[in-house]
Design a protein around this ligand. Structure first.
Ligand code: GTP
Ligand code: SPV
Ligand code: MN
Length: 638
């Protein structure tokens, strides 16, 4: 529900009247708002009463000129494209089929974690005990009255002169028992078009809502300001979540996870709350299927922080002969133990919103084979012949236009593509999309990988001794900051389970939830920590990464099969000497890649202790303190 408590009664009455006008002209305005749509939009009458009430209340608050309920049709999509060209939001990339370039306001280029809040009656629902009343590194809390005020300060009349789009969307295949429905209301046609790629939208979702009226209310406005073609309000951007009310409200940004509310806001922040309540897991994880040379197929999920290699691993081309990788998802996994005790995962998304820089025919040929049709590129560089370019794609063509629309050449000391520039592309057109990627019951998970960017000290792979140790590995994960959010510099940050920006509730309770997973008759996946990013003293990556990561996956599978190809270390199990296949790789400094420097790890243990104490405190499960002491003891005696 939208909350009008802070708005005077007569104002509410007046705005509701305006909304009636807006709603009653919906049908006629549809033609002007979304010109060229050849099918009429589903009528408001087609909405369930709850959905209709959400739309009416939002219209009353935002006062759009028109309301358009999205049906998800092709005609609607082409009308949106037409409109966005007129408004200067998109331009066609004539070199490819149905591909588009968007340039954002330079102040609206990534997720804004500092302005992302979770609302609850009690602060401790959101913030661990150690940080109550203070700034927390594990999420921001907002009290209900402040939440109301933030909405009241931004939303009244914010859609005047604009069309309000109503997007019914499903996270997960429509009708799957693991799927959930949302309705996003937005004034951004770019968001509508992107949601159409990233989620399943339209009439079929409205149909499903008639069976079960439950949905997450998502209200989004880009706000006023910004540059021509990219309205936004970076100074006043705010992203609010109210899990108890199934509500997300976002203002001021049109970019990525700030505005495509099905993704991080719903599938992770609200999702994690639902998952805890209902006994499952909502995680920042890719899902891949891997078939070994004997034809045995297994599925692996992996949690790496933003811009740390999920899309690349999910689509990897194995360098090891006889292996095949297929992609189920590249960013989010919803996982639940089935009645046979098997952990099953679905990808709630329908597309990839992938990091462009670094993607090339060498590093990720599958992504390159995916993105040159039906794709929106945002903040990449443009070539003279209507194509795209970014750092890491290969040598730079002449006469590039950079992401800000300025002429660019290799002598400039600014990047041509923004480091967080992205492609938004339908998952279904990935050449290695898994045959079961839309399976209603999900795919069975054999192993869970955790990892991050660790330039020093952290081995290529370590296997957890057991589930509890694996949960500790997740809790103590750290990674170098990337351009996916507003953090600057290469500072190594704690990022537990790659979820630091995405927890919907108290991290201590999240750990307890993970610890509660092992139950009689459940087949617990093995947990591993990987690091593709360790560097030599000269600053070079010690491991070639990308397709060569298949060598690490092979060892993971052998461990899942119970092979004794491991040896014990203070951190857990690593490959026994000679058991990681590096045949044909040339010079690999295995000693440095797997070294466990005692001084580094004593400091790491201290850093973990400090983090646990200062950020979590008494909400940290005792098991984590026990594991930290085991780590410290092991390292001291090594
Ligand atoms: P989000 O979409 O932000 O969640 O990111 P992601 O985890 O999907 O990261 P992605 O796969 O897009 O990779 C981000 C960057 O890391 C790209 O520039 C990649 O080229 C680079 N990268 C990915 N895998 C590897 C690897 O194995 N080794 C090295 N050195 N770089 C990698
Ligand atoms: C991430 O930052 O982890 C992303 C991109 O996957 S965004 O959709 O902006 O969250
Ligand atoms: Mn991500």
């Amino acid at each position: 529900m939208l909350h009008f408590k802070t708005i005077p009664e007569d104002y509410v009455r007046k705005t509701v009247q305006c909304a009636q006008v807006a709603l009653s002209c919906t049908r006629a305005s549809h033609q002007t708002a979304v010109r060229g749509a050849n099918k009429p939009a589903p009528q408001l009458a087609a909405l369930t009463p709850k959905a209709r009430s959400f739309v009416e209340r939002s219209a009353a608050l935002c006062q759009p000129d028109h309301v358009h309920v999205c049906d998800g049709s092709e005609g609607e999509a082409s009308a949106l494209l037409h409109l966005m060209q007129q408004q200067g939001t998109l331009k066609p990339l004539t070199k490819y089929e149905n591909c588009w370039l968007a340039r954002t306001d330079p102040a609206d280029v990534a997720r804004v974690e500092s302005r992302t809040f979770i609302c609850s009656e009690k602060e401790r629902d959101v913030i661990p005990a150690a940080r109550l009343g203070q700034k927390s590194a594990l999420g921001n809390y907002i009290a209900p009255p402040d939440y109301e005020k933030v909405v009241a300060d931004r939303f009244p009349g914010c859609m005047r002169g604009r069309t309000m789009y109503v997007i019914p969307f499903s996270m997960g295949p429509v009708g799957s028992p693991l799927s959930k429905i949302g309705i996003e209301i937005t004034d951004s046609p770019y968001v509508v078009y992107s949601m159409r790629v990233m989620t399943r939208i339209g009439s079929k979702v409205l149909e499903a809502l008639r069976q079960d009226e439950t949905f997450v209310r998502c209200l989004h406005s880009v706000g006023t300001g910004g540059v021509p073609g990219w309205p936004c309000d970076p100074q006043r951007t705010v992203i609010l979540h109210r899990p108890v009310d199934n509500e997300i409200i976002s203002y001021g940004s049109g970019y990525g996870g700030n505005s495509l509310l099905g993704k991080k806001c719903f599938a992770l922040r609200l999702g994690s709350v639902l998952a805890r309540r209902e006994g499952w897991l909502a995680e920042h994880m890719l899902i891949l299927g891997i078939t070994d040379p004997k034809g045995r197929k297994r599925y692996i999920a992996a949690a790496f922080p933003s811009a740390c290699g999920k899309t690349n691993l999910a689509m990897m081309t194995p360098s090891l002969p006889g292996y095949k990788v297929e992609c189920v998802g590249d960013d989010i996994a919803w996982m639940k133990f089935d009645s046979n005790g098997v952990l099953r995962a679905i990808n709630p998304e329908n597309g990839f919103f992938g990091v462009a820089p670094g993607t090339s025919a060498d590093t990720n040929p599958i992504a390159m084979a995916t993105v040159f049709k039906n794709t929106v590129f945002t903040n990449v560089a443009e070539t003279q012949d209507g194509g795209v370019w970014w750092e890491g794609m290969g040598s730079a063509p002449e006469n590039l236009t950079d992401w800000k629309g300025q002429p660019w050449n290799a002598n400039k000391n600014t990047p041509a593509a923004h480091p967080n520039s992205r492609f938004c592309t339908p998952a279904g057109q990935c050449p290695i999309i898994d045959g079961d990627w839309e399976s209603a019951e999900g795919v069975p998970i054999s192993a869970i990988l955790l990892g991050g960017r660790r330039p020093a000290g952290v081995p290529l792979i370590v296997e957890a001794r057991d589930w509890k140790h694996g949960v500790f590995m997740g809790a103590s994960m750290r990674s170098e900051a990337t351009a996916a959010a507003e953090h600057s510099g290469k500072v190594v940050m704690h990022d537990p389970f790659a979820m630091r920006p995405f927890f919907g509730y108290n991290f201590g309770d999240y750990l307890k939830h993970w610890l509660s997973m092992p139950q009689p008759k459940r087949q617990m996946p093995k947990i591993f920590h990987v690091n593709w990013f360790r560097k030599s003293d000269e600053g070079k990556f010690l491991w070639p990464g990308f397709g060569e990561n298949s060598r690490v996956l092979e060892w993971v599978l052998r461990r899942c099969d119970g092979e004794t190809c491991h040896q014990e270390t203070p951190l857990g199990f690593i490959p026994k000497d000679g058991e990681l296949n590096i045949k044909g790789l040339g010079d690999i400094d295995m000693k440095q890649l797997f070294s466990i420097p005692q001084d580094f790890w004593l400091k790491e243990a201290d850093a973990i202790e400090k983090y646990f104490k200062e950020e979590v405190g008494e909400d940290l499960p005792k098991e984590m303190w026990d594991e930290l002491e085991i780590l410290r003891k092991n390292v001291k005696h090594s």
